[in-house]
Ligand binder design. Sequence first.
Ligand SMILES: Cc1cc2nc3c(=O)[nH]c(=O)nc-3n(C[C@H](O)[C@H](O)[C@H](O)COP(=O)(O)OP(=O)(O)OC[C@H]3O[C@@H](n4cnc5c(N)ncnc54)[C@H](O)[C@@H]3O)c2cc1C
Length: 516
Amino acid sequence: MNIFSGFEGDYENSDAVLTKHSTDASVFKVRPQGVLYPRSVEDISLVVKTLHEKKKGGEDVSLSVRAGGTCMSGGSLHPGYILNLTRYMNKIEVNPEALTATVEMGAYFRDIEAEALKHGLMFASYPSSKMICGIGGMIGNNASGEQSLRHGATIDNVISLQVVLADGSLLHTTKVSLDKVNSSADKILVDLHAEFASRLAERLKGVRKTSSGYRLDRIVHDNMFDIAPLFVGAQGTLGIVTHAVLRLVPISTYTRLLLVSIDSLEALPAVLKTVLTHNPECVETFDVNTFKRAEQYLAEDASRIKFCFADETHALVLVELSEDTQEETDRVARQCVVDLEKLSVRVHYVDDQVLFASAWNVRRHSFSLMRDNNESGFRAVPCIEDSIVPLAVFDVFVGGLIEILARYNLSYAYHGHIGEGALRVIPIFDMRKEDVADTIISFTREVVSLLSRLGGNPSADHSDGIIRSPFLKEFYGEDMFDVFHTIKELFDPMHILNPYKKTGGTEENIRRWLDR
Ligand SMILES: Cc1cc2nc3c(=O)[nH]c(=O)nc-3n(C[C@H](O)[C@H](O)[C@H](O)COP(=O)(O)OP(=O)(O)OC[C@H]3O[C@@H](n4cnc5c(N)ncnc54)[C@H](O)[C@@H]3O)c2cc1C
């Protein structure tokens, strides 16, 4: 039943629509109550206000928001209502002089990319899912990708946001000097920052990016207060972002790709150490198991890069370099080849644009190749896929991880934004086993604990969602978890907004929503 009187968008609860909104790229299935396609900010406010009133009246109502629905942690999945902004709220305006784009949160990234490209610009923190994800989800997850090594994650490229808060009111974020902060909520945040931000920053200092918890550490900078970073990576638990002003950067004109074949995961740290001294634009990887799937399902691309996979090749590292001229780019690339060859790895200097595109195509499809093509009863489960570690301890992490995977007797494939220490290991679980949910939970807990000991983080850019929220308290400790809880209470005291994520996550949610 449509309880939202005055709502001008579409309300749908057909089986097809509810089924579509029950899954994303995670391993969960949660059937929502109804899906709302708002036409405007006013529509969103109306929905939130209605739920606010109902909740005050004692009804158990809540909502989450969804864009492309490609989240791997189950971020938008929700048993209540789902707001889907993609049907009507997808305007994009690029300002090439200011190097900005003003976008509505229902816009797909591919459309923003096309508009920006007309001016030789890009929004650089795009994920490998760039053809299917939306900007709302990129902000919700603090997404990042192949260009983030040079240009940062989404949080680094958002200038300002417009947000509908949990009481239906509208917030426009702006930077203000600390002495001008006057609302009581902002003052509480500034106080929380003063007391806890350095401790949080200390916890995060080893990793180049994260979308776990709430980014309290980012709301004060150079004596200026800016609330926007708190909403980035918050998975819609603090507010519904409706518009954003994004920073665009020029697309590199001159590039050169090197393909580096390595014989073991253990060889990766030395390769990374070497290539990172050459200021690469992107450093990515995928392994031989991913390649084998590509041979079946992306046959043309795989055949072009097959020469990189000699018998003993375990993984391919893609190193893209870019400087101000082609001559300089090629000079740096050749020096990088010389340095890499000292490590006895095989390096291929790519001159051919078709080969270049094929290597990137396999890399960008790495997760889908593993997810979509398993023996019946088995599933590739994103649970530890978002691990990120300081490069200095990468080898220790790899050793520990291989030991845990072996103990659980799991086969796996991996890929990742490896230049930043983000290694996406995708284990394959036998979903027919009675205790598979408990196994996923205890396996994930062990890896989270390893990451904690090594100064890494379990959520680089897919955020906490259903799968990792239950580990936030163990990972950050009781004190910091309480701070996250205080932030949630400040923004959403009645738990209307995506309440089962972040501080609302439980192991029980993993068990009841696991899609077997
Ligand atoms: C093949 C594949 C490759 C991937 N590669 C990467 C990668 O390289 N890097 C990466 O970061 N991720 C990657 N992902 C995960 C995912 O695609 C990205 O994080 C993407 O940015 C999510 O966007 P979406 O529009 O699909 O989000 P959704 O799944 O719709 O939502 C994601 C989260 O954002 C919240 N959200 C959505 N809209 C709003 C809003 N308006 N306001 C507040 N919160 C909102 C949702 O509630 C949810 O919690 C990949 C996924 C796939 C399937």
